[in-house]
Design a protein around this ligand. Structure first.
Ligand code: TXA
Ligand code: MG
Length: 313
């Protein structure tokens, strides 16, 4: 039984790849230090990059923080299980390796039946995306297998529905008022989170910012095995042609990734496409238009694309 085997391995201090609606995670029991260390080792992840703790209920999330505000409660109620990670002050007994020594922890309840079932037997599972550090996140069990071979037990839950990592948001106080800061854009935009809070009688200032403390927001991340190039579509055709000519001098087999009109569908397929286009090519060119660069609904995908890119054409 894969689920009971997964449970046993985790209890013994091993890591297990788990499905979520965003991307596959490489999980360890938060109460087993051996497992937590193994996550960093298997991923080749630096210890300064904190892990998200996954739980199956709001109650468990609350029990891991000393300050579960009305903002946390309102967002968790509406968005969980789902692709939202909420930052909150950690309880002192939570292993500091998980938070890279930070006093805050990222908490999230994922929307995947198998993983929710598994989580019942744990206080929480710490899980980063199940890829080597800096590389493209896995959106299927095959992707995890391609990354780690048979050394990691995988709970196969099929392809991921959302396809890019969760929105990471922190609650801060601005005087007597709340403020919500999105550190990593995802399926939930700042505008959507603002509306959710307003609907619950909690009008809150919301916005985007790089995390001041978590260096997870490195400039290069999510990179496939060959360079990704972002080409910015501009009205003058000649300029595009000339920059493409220059590219052709450097690369001989450029794959073209066309983005459609729906940011949700494009996010779902994005990492899969980067992987599919890598064999047989020496670069991937992704052309983006002005709407995609500026519209908030494209923000999460543009964030991943620009970080995956080696340069701009
Ligand atoms: O959708 C997801 O969030 C996936 C699935 C597996 O749940 N997980 C994921 O984990 O993307 P990871 O490790 O690849 O990215 C976690 C990022 C960190 O790099 C950091 O930027 C942020 O979340 N984070 C985690 N804990 C934090 C904290 N205490 N303070 C600030 N940012 C934090
Ligand atoms: Mg990651």
């Amino acid at each position: 039984m894969p689920l009971s085997e997964a449970k046993q391995r985790l209890k013994e201090g091993d890591v297990v790849a788990i499905p979520t609606e965003t991307v596959y995670g490489l999980a360890a029991d938060i109460e087993n230090e051996k497992g937590i260390k193994r996550v960093f080792e298997v991923k080749e992840r630096p210890f300064f990059d904190p892990l998200i703790v996954h739980v199956d209920s709001i109650e468990k999330a609350k029990s891991l923080t000393t300050d579960w505000t009305e903002i946390h409660a309102a967002l968790a109620l509406k968005c969980w299980p789902g692709p939202l990670t909420l930052i909150a002050p950690k309880i002192h007994t939570l292993n500091p390796l998980i938070t890279s020594g930070l006093t805050d922890v990222g908490l999230r309840c994922p929307r995947h039946q198998l993983t929710l079932e598994l989580l019942k037997d744990f206080h929480g599972l710490a899980a980063p995306s199940a890829n080597k550090f800096g590389k493209t996140s896995p959106t299927s069990a095959e992707h995890v297998r391609a990354e780690f071979g048979d050394s990691v037990l995988i709970l196969d839950g099929g392809p991921c529905d959302v396809g890019i990592e969760s929105t990471v948001a922190a609650v801060t106080r601005a005087g007597s008022r709340w403020k919500l800061v999105v550190y990593r854009p995802g399926f939930y935009t700042a505008a959507t989170l603002h509306d959710i809070l307003e609907d619950q009688g909690l009008p809150t200032e919301t916005g985007y910012a790089e995390s001041p403390v978590a260096p997870g927001q490195l400039e290069h991340h999510y990179m496939p095995s060959i360079p990704v190039i972002v080409g910015e579509k501009i009205p003058q055709e000649e300029v595009i042609e000339s920059s493409q000519k220059k590219l052709k001098k450097t690369f001989s087999k450029i794959a073209h990734l066309e983005l459609g009109n729906d940011p949700v569908l494009e996010a779902r397929m994005f990492y899969q496409q980067l992987r599919d286009l890598s064999p047989g090519h020496d670069a991937i060119l992704v052309m983006v238009n002005e709407k995609q660069r500026k519209d908030e609904n494209w923000r999460a995908l543009m964030n991943r694309l620009y970080k995956a890119a080696s340069f701009r054409a």
